[in-house]
Design a protein around this ligand. Structure first.
Ligand SMILES: [Ca+2]
Length: 380
């Protein structure tokens, strides 16, 4: 098992025991970041794929009659090649082989509506105003769930990216993640922060169940991983990015990611240090914004590294896959994970190149973070 970008050694975790006790969570800080860092062993059976293995995308159905739901666009569905070739060696390809995104295999999805953008603070606030919903990060951890944790640690909070003063080894996520009491969707980086004037930023510090609760209230649902990828590809086949094959075509930034030396200094040459308001960058051919970078997006599926191997072994087009029945992450065998997609403003080829459209992320579902949000879909 490689650990170059994986879990810190247990001794380091031991030094963080109070935090670990507070969160399944903080284990999860790692889990969440592992979403952006994983060097998976995978099953060992996934063959190295090439771009040649992508077949054409065959678009599906026309939109149903009537006006589109507010803020949504029609995704025609159809048959496509799902997955990611090894991006190492490509410009901005990073150093992760992305083994959990292979084999590239044929998948078909029915048509659906999808939110043009990530769900914003303004929209999430409407939901909370209408329902008095309290997010996971705003609830105090229960003592029975964290035996041995000091009572003073059983306070609501969430995970916040906290850049170090200078360069640090990239093998230890704890150098830039902290559990911050009082961090929640209204205070994305802690009690001193706010979302005033940030109506159009994507909502963050939402756990998977918070996202699902919003979706249910809105008459929508979280996308399956296959729906997310079909939409992100915009009808094209095998491209590295939602907009094409070049990360910065003609020198233009197409997504909110990280520039500069990670994790100490984001030079923000793309115009945004931290979150960007949704739709700050061009839409893909289906009219969807921010599929790459800005915030990770929760999907409905459980995560397993062998999901694609299992699907491909069926030897036929996989129709409307909803993911495995359970979760397994060899990096954190005791933690269930849901799929995350798209990468975030923290992604950089120095560390995480999951702004590449076919790559997969994962997160412990009860944890929010200030680089994780979501968008919804609706079936006709
Ligand atoms: Ca940026």
């Amino acid at each position: 098992m490689k650990h170059r970008h994986g879990q810190p050694p247990s001794g380091l975790r031991g030094s963080w025991r109070p935090l670990v006790q507070i969160g399944l969570g903080l284990a999860t800080a790692v889990g969440l970041w592992a979403a952006c860092t994983a060097l998976l062993n995978g099953t060992g059976s996934a063959p190295r794929a090439t771009r040649d293995e992508f077949g054409p995308t065959v678009a599906g159905t026309s939109p149903p009659a009537g006006a589109p739901p507010d803020g949504m666009v029609w995704i025609p569905g159809g048959e496509f090649s799902m997955g990611c070739a090894d991006p190492r060696g490509q410009p901005f390809g990073g150093n992760d082989p992305m083994r959990d995104a292979r084999p590239i295999h044929r998948v078909a999805v029915d048509g659906y509506w999808m939110d043009r953008t990530e769900v914003t603070n303004a929209r999430f606030a409407e939901f909370v105003a209408a329902t008095s919903y309290v997010t996971v990060a705003e609830r105090a951890p229960r003592a029975e769930d964290f035996p041995g944790a000091p009572p003073e640690n059983l306070v609501p909070g969430s995970l916040v990216f906290t850049p170090p003063e200078g360069p640090v080894p990239l093998s230890n996520h704890y150098a830039w993640w902290a559990y911050v009491p009082g961090a929640d969707w209204r205070h994305p980086t802690g009690p001193g922060s706010s979302i005033d004037g940030r109506d159009d930023d994507p909502v963050v510090q939402v756990a998977h169940e918070d996202a699902a609760a919003f979706a249910s209230w809105a008459g929508k649902r979280l996308p399956t991983e296959a729906e997310w990828e079909f939409a992100a590809r915009g009808g094209a086949a095998g491209r590295l990015y939602p907009w094409g094959g070049e990360f910065r075509p003609a020198g233009r930034s197409m997504a909110n990611t990280w520039q500069g030396s990670f994790p100490a200094r984001d030079t923000a040459t793309d115009g945004h240090a931290g979150l960007a308001p949704v739709a700050s960058f061009p839409a893909n051919p289906y009219g969807l914004h921010d599929l790459s970078g800005n915030v990770w997006e929760w999907c409905a599926d459980w995560y397993r590294p062998d999901t694609y191997a299992t699907a491909a072994a069926q030897g036929a087009v996989v129709r409307n896959p909803t993911g495995p029945a359970d979760s397994f992450d060899p990096q954190e065998p005791g933690q269930s994970k849901r799929v995350l997609r798209g990468g975030s403003f923290l992604c950089t080829d120095q560390y995480c190149s999951r702004y590449i459209v076919g790559t997969r992320g994962k997160g412990e579902p009860s944890s929010g973070c200030n680089h994780i949000g979501f968008r919804c879909v609706r079936s006709p």
